[in-house]
Design a binder for this molecule. Structure first.
Ligand code: FAD
Length: 310
């Protein structure tokens, strides 16, 4: 059993920022990451909205963030966390896949989340080359193009509307004959002349050349009719699952499973902080992840000082 002041779960932008601030605050910190540090940055070709970097490759920003974070003394361990539980003494116990155990009075959960995939041929091949899961991040790459958006909930409808700032036309492809999105979002969608809804339709595959996506192979689920929709890109919004399942016991969350925090990022479990994509908030970006983690660690430092005086 290893004892620390702070355990950080996940080394994406939020976890790496947390480690940086924790190191500078002289907290004994362990950063537990199941893969390579960088999180979703590693799945992002170019980042063009991180201040100070007009255009930077995702993996480059990840490497810079990791080197900077570890410079101040946080310890990085490559191991997946399988559970985080608060003990009777008020300390948290984090258990990893390898069976190692780490104990600390404070945990910062920065495990991010995973966009739900359609699971169709071409989705992985064209990821970052026409297939995207983030309109704010990638919309501007598709100026003047025809786009497909897949989904029928709030995210799909809102992002279809957002994408018309760039696209000449957006087809919203939905497998049912009505949307799940809220009434007000639907109204905005239907009033937008650049959007056409393709009802009762699923994407069967995403197709193109070696370099670029060219069209979506569609199938109408009622008639069975197949068609090809030429698009420059497709944005998929069929769900996003925050990685919160490792926390034992009840933590307050919203209907999407995102953790609800107070203004200093503490969850409903005292001493358990959450930052970045796991947290319920308006948007999920690199800038918001690093901002959340900064606030969380500064607040956690104070919490820890009070905890030690008890
Ligand atoms: C395709 C794509 C493109 C994007 N483009 C942009 C963009 O251009 N600009 C922008 O600002 N944002 C962009 N985003 C959003 C941005 O990447 C995220 O908001 C940001 O990475 C969130 O950081 P995070 O640290 O909260 O989570 P993540 O980046 O998801 O990192 C979470 C980390 O936790 C680790 N982890 C998960 N579970 C465990 C566990 N049990 N044990 C140990 N480790 C664990 C994961 O391996 C991962 O490294 C994009 C997202 C996607 C998916």
């Amino acid at each position: 059993m290893s004892e620390y002041d702070l355990i950080i779960v996940g080394a994406g932008p939020a976890g790496l920022t947390g480690a940086l601030y924790a190191g500078r605050s002289m907290l004994r910190t362990v950063l537990l990451e199941k893969g390579i540090p960088g999180g979703e940055l590693l799945n992002t070709e170019l980042i063009e909205d991180y201040p100070g970097f007009e255009s930077v490759k995702g993996f480059e920003l990840a490497e810079k963030m990791a080197a900077h974070a570890l410079k101040f003394g946080a310890e990085l361990v490559t191991d997946g966390v399988v559970s985080v539980a608060k003990g009777a003494d008020g300390r948290f116990l984090a258990t990893t896949e390898s069976g190692a155990q780490y104990r600390a009075p404070v945990v910062l959960l920065t495990a991010g989340g995973t966009p739900t995939k359609l699971g169709v041929p071409g989705e992985i091949e064209y990821a970052g080359k026409g297939v995207s899961y983030c309109a704010v991040c990638d919309g501007h790459f598709f100026r003047g193009e025809v786009l497909g958006v897949v989904g029928g909930g709030d995210a799909a409808a809102e992002e279809a509307d957002f994408l018309t700032r760039y696209a000449s036309k957006v087809y919203l492809i939905h497998r049912r004959d009505e949307l799940r999105a809220s009434r007000i979002i639907q109204r905005r969608l239907f009033e937008n002349a650049k959007i056409e809804v393709v009802w009762d339709t699923v994407v069967e595959s995403i197709e193109g050349t070696a370099d670029a996506l060219a069209h979506l192979a569609l199938r109408n689920v009622k008639t069975g009719a197949a068609s090809a929709l030429p698009v420059g890109g497709v944005f998929i919004f069929v769900g996003f699952r925050p990685n919160t399942g490792i926390v034992q016991g009840h933590v307050e969350h919203d209907e999407g499973g995102y953790l609800i925090t107070d203004e200093v990022m503490m969850t409903s479990i005292p001493g358990l902080y959450a930052a970045g994509d796991v947290r319920a908030q308006l948007t999920r970006q690199v800038t918001t992840a690093v901002g959340d983690a900064t606030t969380a660690v500064i607040a956690a430092t104070r919490y820890l000082a009070e905890w030690k005086e008890r």
